[in-house]
Design a protein around this ligand. Structure first.
Ligand code: 5GP
Ligand code: MN
Length: 341
């Protein structure tokens, strides 16, 4: 845990001295990135600040219902307007990422902008590309961190229903509904305050988790039945899906979300990988149990990174070659990781 008071003074000064605040989430935004973004949006709106929102690319369906989501400008859809918002901003808050390439096509414009830049994030090993980096990997979500910062700056607990709903989405999506990640007793105290605003958790859970198409559920069945390989000697299992597989099940963005967690429920499996064939590369997701540093593995071999137990990366080769390379590097390194895996 970091001492937030070190940062809140500076952040508070930036908030009050800025006329136009821009908040940006990461590419392929998840519930935490958008949750934290919208929570801050509601906080600033309550305080009559001029605030605008950008996402590098489209929001997935399961997040579009959130209050304020319709105010998020999609960079790849409306470059002209987003360029103007970036030009006019005097403060840019970047949420839930710590590498500039997570800005997608907005990266160059944001980096060149004269605005003060702040990163608020909970991933390990931030790259220094902002004026202020508030990074706490001890938090389960950027949403939790945002709430603590807002309350410090506000002088007392800040709360509103839309704000609470946004934070709740961030916290449940980054912890798999309190299953994994760095959630703590403090998280539950915050969640208690969120629920006290009257947000309806059953409604939110339904909108987030029980919102799949039948194609998506069938793809999940196919992935587990036909495309999962278990390597008990390496305490590892992986799932691979080719472009043809995805087309067969009318895949839309987000359909494979969560697949990578499933092999971890097999007894004795502590490391799981998901390979998704893209146009020119393979996208990888990793999950691990215990101390196995999936982020180190992702960064060493797949140009990626992330959290200890949830990470990802990519590899430019065919699906077959990528899987063969994965098994090779895992075998070569298994002795190194064995105590942890
Ligand atoms: P997911 O498997 O849900 O796509 O990603 C899990 C986590 O891994 C993300 O929160 C992010 O921290 C990290 N991650 C995924 N893909 C990449 C990547 O290509 N590069 C880096 N640096 N991190 C990634
Ligand atoms: Mn997060």
């Amino acid at each position: 845990m970091i001492d937030l008071s070190k940062y809140t003074k500076e952040l508070s000064k930036l908030f009050s001295s800025s006329e136009n605040i821009l908040i940006i989430c990461h590419i392929n935004p998840d519930g935490d990135s958008v949750g934290a973004q919208l929570a801050l949006y509601h906080y600033f709106k309550t305080n009559n600040k001029n605030v605008s929102l950008i996402a590098p690319n489209n929001l997935q369906e399961f997040l579009k219902w959130m209050d304020g989501a319709d105010q998020i400008n999609i960079f790849i859809k409306d470059r002209k307007k987003c360029r103007k918002l970036i030009d006019n901003a005097d403060l840019i808050l970047m949420l839930d990422f710590n590498q500039p390439n997570r800005l997608g096509e907005a990266e160059d414009l944001i980096m060149e902008s004269k605005a003060k830049k702040v990163i608020i994030d909970h991933h390990l090993d931030p790259v220094n590309f902002a004026d202020l980096i508030i990074s706490d990997p001890g938090k389960c979500s950027t949403s939790e961190l945002v709430h603590e910062l807002v309350c410090e700056i506000n002088g007392k607990t800040f709360m509103s229903r839309s704000y609470a709903e946004a934070l709740y989405v961030g916290i449940i999506t980054d912890t798999g509904n309190f299953e994994h990640g760095a959630y703590s007793s403090k998280t539950f105290r915050i969640v208690a305050d969120l629920l006290d605003t009257g947000i309806i958790k059953e409604k939110i859970i339904n909108l987030i988790y029980n919102n799949f198409s039948s194609d998506r559920i069938r793809l999940q069945g196919f992935a587990l039945n036909q495309r999962m390989v278990v390597l008990p000697e390496l305490k590892t299992a992986y799932i691979y899906l080719s472009k043809v597989d995805l087309k067969e099940y009318n895949h839309v963005k987000g359909d494979t979300e969560g697949f990578v967690n499933m092999p971890l429920s097999i007894k004795g499996i502590n490391f799981s990988a998901l390979f998704i064939e893209k146009d020119n590369f393979i996208k990888l997701s990793f999950r691990s149990k215990g101390q196995f540093p999936s982020n180190e593995f992702a960064s060493l071999y797949f140009s990626g990174g992330g959290h200890l137990n949830a990470s990802g990366g990519e590899y430019v080769d065919t699906l077959d070659n990528t899987i063969a390379y994965f098994i090779k590097v895992l075998k070569e390194n298994f002795w190194r990781f064995e105590n942890q895996i």
